[in-house]
Design a protein around this ligand. Structure first.
Ligand SMILES: C[S@@+](CC[C@H](N)C(=O)[O-])C[C@H]1O[C@@H](n2cnc3c(N)ncnc32)[C@H](O)[C@@H]1O
Length: 269
């Protein structure tokens, strides 16, 4: 990643979290991740392949090239693809800012949960547009931590979330980038742009989302940055632990949790 440190790191726990996140959100963010038969799609920033296995399985007649900067993640993604017998994906190490592909190579490009970590999202999007064919579609999916609300309310829980927002900002990213997908796509000259909010609403009548989203995706993500936030003096351990406890509290039988992802589609003229 250009001059930055990936805020969540590359631990085994983070790989597990990315997989939980992808499986839990499949219906919400990938219900329309459908690509034409025999087309070539670039997945930019595939990480350990958590989204790759979903989109590749949904589109068995489409060919994917999935790239990431992290050598370790690439290795893991390759192993996973092989173990699942997925044969329509090629995984490669590459930097989104300098893609090793000729202009207009791909019919579509998809980027999921990556722009939020980049110091220069517009530069990255221009590079993705370069390798996209004329008439091709760019798809981006991003979260927005500012869209989080829950019951019971808790200033400690918000403070813990803010630690993540601050840390991500310090490493050049933007945890609230979801709301910017439309202006970002506009700024790189895409047309026919359509952005839709994908709200995840969770209460205890949706036990799969209580486990998969409140606990294993969102709270696990915030919990994961605790040590860094405390080390950097952004918070103290007592305040942070209260915040985490209150986030888990929203997963109890009377709790409610809401978060909105944004998915954008745009076309290259
Ligand atoms: C939050 S992970 C998302 C991974 C995957 N898309 C998913 O949703 O599970 C962000 C990924 O972006 C990758 N990344 C960040 N900057 C990159 C760059 N300049 N080029 C390629 N990959 C990059 C990181 O290595 C990391 O794997």
């Amino acid at each position: 990643m250009e001059n930055t440190k990936y805020v969540h790191g590359y631990s085994e726990r983070e790989a597990l979290r990315l997989n939980d996140q992808a499986e839990t959100l499949d219906d919400i963010i990938h219900n329309d991740s459908i690509f034409p038969k025999d087309s070539l799609v670039l997945e930019a920033g595939c990480g350990v392949g958590a989204q790759t296995k979903i989109i590749a399985t949904k589109n068995p007649d489409t060919n994917f090239i999935s790239v990431d900067l992290s050598e370790d993640s690439i290795k893991e993604a390759k192993g996973m693809i092989k173990s699942l017998g997925i044969n329509n994906v090629e995984v490669k190490q590459a930097d989104i800012y300098k893609l090793p592909f000729k202009d207009e190579t791909f019919d579509s490009v998809i980027i999921c949960f990556v722009l939020e970590h980049l110091t220069h999202p517009i530069k990255a999007l221009h590079e993705l547009k370069r390798v996209l064919k004329k008439g091709g579609t760019m798809v981006a999916i991003e979260g927005d931590h500012g869209s989080t609300f829950f019951y019971p309310d808790s200033k400690y829980a918000y403070a813990a979330i803010n630690c993540q927002i601050k840390l991500q900002k310090q490493s050049g990213g933007n945890s609230n980038i979801g709301r910017e997908l439309y202006p970002l796509f506009k700024s790189i000259g895409l047309t026919g742009i359509s952005v839709s909010p994908r709200m995840v609403y969770v209460d205890s009548s949706r036990p799969k989302l209580v486990e998969g989203f409140i606990k294993n995706t969102f709270t696990a993500m915030i919990e994961g940055i605790g040590k860094d936030a405390i080390r950097q003096g952004i918070t103290d351990s007592i305040t942070f632990e209260k915040g985490i406890k209150d986030l888990y509290r929203t997963a109890e039988s009377d709790g409610v949790f809401c978060y909105t992802f944004f998915k954008g589609f745009g076309e290259k003229l």
